[in-house]
Ligand binder design. Structure first.
Ligand code: ATP
Ligand code: MG
Length: 261
């Protein structure tokens, strides 16, 4: 991000709020900070994340303002609801300033050693691809990723942009606990179509970056996913079948589209 933008952000927040940029995505710039948004200004030993959606010059200003407000609000609302679902892991929402495009979140992975070499699922898989792609740790982690998606879908929410960089891994109780992030395109939805598309998007992300191990990885993911549904007896089995059938349909459509070009 440019010096100019950084100084705008800093001026807007308060120049005493320390900012460390941790990511620049397609939509947003993500900072970490040690300042809580509404507790007295002092260095805390906790870390927070500020996700800022800057204005996009290529969009008409009024459309841009509306879109930024919409995505920021909808991500915040969704996070607040998802945080209450037992077992589902998302960062805690701390504050939201929708008109200006700011969200403050709990920082995930505070205790991740800097030399871990990854923080999201994408980098995790890259690291294990070189080391031991079929390590039991990969199986355990992917199954937990599947479980998180299963919980999301079972509760009738959809992510809308389920790529492997929107899944953050946090060290918890000796294992890697996946957290789902980036809900700007998420929604409440009971539609199997939306769920099938979520699964398809994640499958594409894994096939395109880790094709040699993709089939095994998909199996581990879907095992965790299915378990969530199967805990709910006959009703769960029925719903699982519906989602899996639609997933297969979405996949077939995707294939046809890529054949046509
Ligand atoms: N609460 C958090 N704690 C720790 N890291 C985070 C948190 N939120 C986001 N990140 C980091 O910042 C990155 C970008 O965040 P996010 O996906 O929300 O923004 P984005 O601009 O939509 O990104 P993209 O366009 O790449 O999907 C994540 O991949 C993750 O590494
Ligand atoms: Mg993202």
């Amino acid at each position: 991000m440019s010096e100019e933008m950084l100084s705008k952000v800093s001026d807007y927040l308060d120049s005493r709020v320390p900012l460390t940029q941790i990511a620049q995505g397609a939509e947003a710039v993500v900072f970490s900070t040690s300042t809580h948004p509404y507790l007295p200004l002092r260095e805390s030993n906790k870390k927070f994340v500020i996700k800022y959606r800057p204005p996009k010059k290529y969009r008409h200003p009024s459309i841009d303002r509306a879109l930024t407000k919409h995505r920021t609000l909808s991500e915040s609302r969704l996070l607040a609801k998802l945080y209450l679902i037992p077992g589902l892991k998302v960062p805690q929402l701390i504050a939201c300033d929708a008109y200006n495009g700011y969200i403050w979140l709990e920082f995930l992975g505070e205790f991740l050693p800097d030399d871990a070499g990854f923080s999201n699922l994408k980098n995790f898989l890259w690291m294990y691809a070189d080391k031991d792609p079929y390590d039991a740790v990969v199986q355990e982690t992917l199954s937990k990723v599947g479980e998180q998606i299963g919980l999301l879908h079972w509760n009738d929410y959809c992510h809308g942009d389920l790529t492997s960089s929107n899944i953050v891994l946090v060290r918890e109780g000796g294992t890697w606990q996946p957290y789902l992030i980036d809900f700007g395109l998420g929604s409440t939805s009971s539609m199997v179509e939306d769920k099938g598309v979520d699964l398809y998007v994640l499958e594409r992300a894994i096939v395109s970056t880790h094709s040699a191990f993709a089939d095994v990885y998909k199996g581990w993911l879907m095992q965790g996913f299915s378990q969530v549904y199967q805990r709910h007896g006959e009703k769960g089995d029925k719903k699982l079948k519906e989602v899996l059938n639609r997933f297969q349909e979405v996949r077939m459509r995707g294939r046809k589209r890529s054949m046509i070009g």
